[in-house]
Structures are given as C-alpha cells and as structure tokens.
Design a protein around this ligand. Sequence first.
Ligand code: 2PG
Ligand code: MG
Length: 412
Amino acid sequence: MFTVQRVKARQILDSRGNPTVEVDLALSSGAFGRAAVPSGASVGSREAIELRDDNKNIYAGKGVLGAVKNVNTVIAARILNKNFAEQKVFDAALIDLDGTETKELLGANAILAVSIAFAKAAASQMNINLFQLISQKRYPVRMPTPMLNLINGGAHADNPIDIQEFMIVPKADNISSSLEIAAAVFHNLKSTLKKMGHSTNVGDEGGFAPNLRSTELVLDILSESILKSGLTLGENVEIALDIAATELFKGSFYHLKGEKTKLNSAEFALYHKKLIDTYQICSIEDPMAENDLEGWKIVTDLIGNKVQLVGDDIFVTNKSILEQGIKKGLANALLVKMNQVGTLTETLQAVDLAYQNGYETIVSHRSGETEDTTIAHLAVGIGSKYIKAGSICRTDRVCKYNELLRVSESLC
Ligand code: 2PG
Ligand code: MG
C-alpha cells in the first residue's frame, strides 16, 4: 500500500527556456519521487492538453502556474493521506478527478508530473528500480537501441531543412558500444560540416542544424561521416528519419520548401521509397500527416514490409486512437510519449495494444526536455526495441543515455 504524505509542484525551466511543471511526492514510508514533464514543438492535434497560463506578461503566456496550483490544491486534496494499492489505482484517481477526455481541466502537464513522481516514490518504497516497477514482469526487461538525432531540421531548427530528424541507429549489442559509435559519427559529422563551410550550431535536440536545403545532401553528408568513422552503412549503422509530415501538409500537398516542390500523398510515398532504396534507412516516423489517413495507407502498403513506419502525431500514445489506426492497417510501430496521453497507466495501455498487434515501440523524448530521465526506465521497463532521446550533445539529451548506461549495470 502506498500512502501519499506530501506533494508539491513548482514551475521550473525546460531546455528551451520555457516553464514546465516539476512535482515532488513523498509517501508515508519516507519514499520520495521527483518528476518533471517535457514539452513538444511539433504537437499532434489530439494530444492531451498542456495547461499554460496564457498571461502575456509572464513568460510570454507560457507560464504553468495554473497547472502548478492544480497540483498543490485540487490534486493534493484528492491524494494526500489516501492509500493507493498500485499505479493503476492512483492514475485512475487523477483521470477521474480531471474528468475530461483531454485532461484540459487540470492539465496533462500537472497530471503526468504527479503520476511519474508517484511511480518513482512507489519504486523507492518497494526498493526496486523504476524500470522494474514499470515492467511488473508483464514485459521482458531489455535495453533499447538508441536512435540518435544528429541533424535537426523542421520545427526544431532555424534552417531550411524540411525533415525534422535525421537519426543514426547503431547496430551494436550494448548501449555503451552504441554510444561510442554515435560519438564517432557525431564528431566526424562536425568536422565534415566545418570543412564544407557549414554551421555546426545545434538545434533543439542537440543535433547539428546546418543551412542545407536538400534532403539528399544532408543524407550524403551523414553517410560520408559514417564512412569516415570507419563504419559501414547498413552493417554497423543504419539511418532513421522523423519526417514530422503534419508540419509539411497543407491543402492536400506536402510542401518541401527546401526542395522548392510540393507533392501529393502518392508522390510523397514514392519519395520515401526512393530515400530508403538509396540510403540504409531502417525507420521512418510520421511519413504522412496525422489527418492524411489515405496517405498513411498508401505508404504502409508501399514500404511497410521493408521499413519500420512509426506513428507519432497519428496515434499520440492513445490506446483508442491507435486501435483505429491498427484496424485500418496504418504504420507498424508506435512512438511512445507519456505527455501525449498524460499518465503512466494510459501510456502502458497503448504499449500493450501495440504489442498485441505486433507493432514495435520507440520510447521518445520531446524537443523541450528537462534533466528527468524517466524515459530511459520506461524504455527498459517495457522492453522497447528503440529509444530516441536526441543527439549526444546537451545534457537534457545525454542524461537519458547516461541513465541507460547505469541501468545496464543492474541488468548484467
Ligand atoms: C517528435 C518529437 C521528438 P516534438 O516529433 O517525435 O523528437 O518532437 O517534441 O517537438 O513533438
Ligand atoms: Mg515525431
């Protein structure tokens, strides 16, 4: 039994200098959990609502003092000195208290921070790791393979690159070797860009954000850097993309500004096919927009048997929305972001459904992050095939990979 003795929320800053919610929660046993929630830039329209103050005088309207207050008053009144048998029961109380489909009343940022803080405190009371509490022996605990975002474009950088994320996927059998591969490519990429006269400044997720227009040129430079690192594309490293296509879709066309062209869904699917045929691409996330289900069907039928097709905006880690997509035969993998749905329990429900239907999972950070490393434990706890947590640059990204290194020690 877990009895909540103290809960306190505060407003802190995320990696983009925007406010976010952090919660401290203590149980009567003395066990303690602290959690901070992330925030996205390319946000799916059906994500749970992140409550912001909208007061233009404070943090340009981005303050979260209302969400903080909700934790310290309404939520505190519901959970303080109450006994909860397990996470599911605790999260159900939060979901009930909010009562809306989208968590717009109390804010998904308020609710998720409390949900994760409780999980951490419960794990501590049980004297187990967070990943063990998440696993509950329902999932095989395993280390995920990292997908590292080395070139940032789209909504995550101030450059003309249309595609949001160019990731490398090391083919190594442990996290330590994966990170070593990533570091080699990262540093070779930096010197290649420098030599070519391009900027080596980084974007929101710690990947380089050069002023390049052509997607193929970006992929050529990335491939060359892999080669320069003494690695073979396809053998030692693969490439993964997040197109974040919702951001490109307007009036039935995908507008590729960098390439100065627009494509319809069928043409865009062929564009993806050409990319995977030319480069060793193993995974494409959001190849089509969240409201272009026809496009999603075309691309899944065209390349779904050759490559991982990951649903982010289209599924928003929501079990019922994922269910509809599975019925229509869209995508073959689920991106898992806890703040899209707002509690740990609902996240695990979406994961369960994905696994039951043979969909892989990729646990994901958001472009606005904090030092919270919960996603490392989530990935291990659900035995996720992959985790994406950005580049190996900037502590808000690296801290997730470093936590995986620590977790790997307890799995040996
Ligand atoms: C994505 C995420 C994380 P954001 O689209 O997958 O990389 O970006 O948090 O901006 O939605
Ligand atoms: Mg995405």
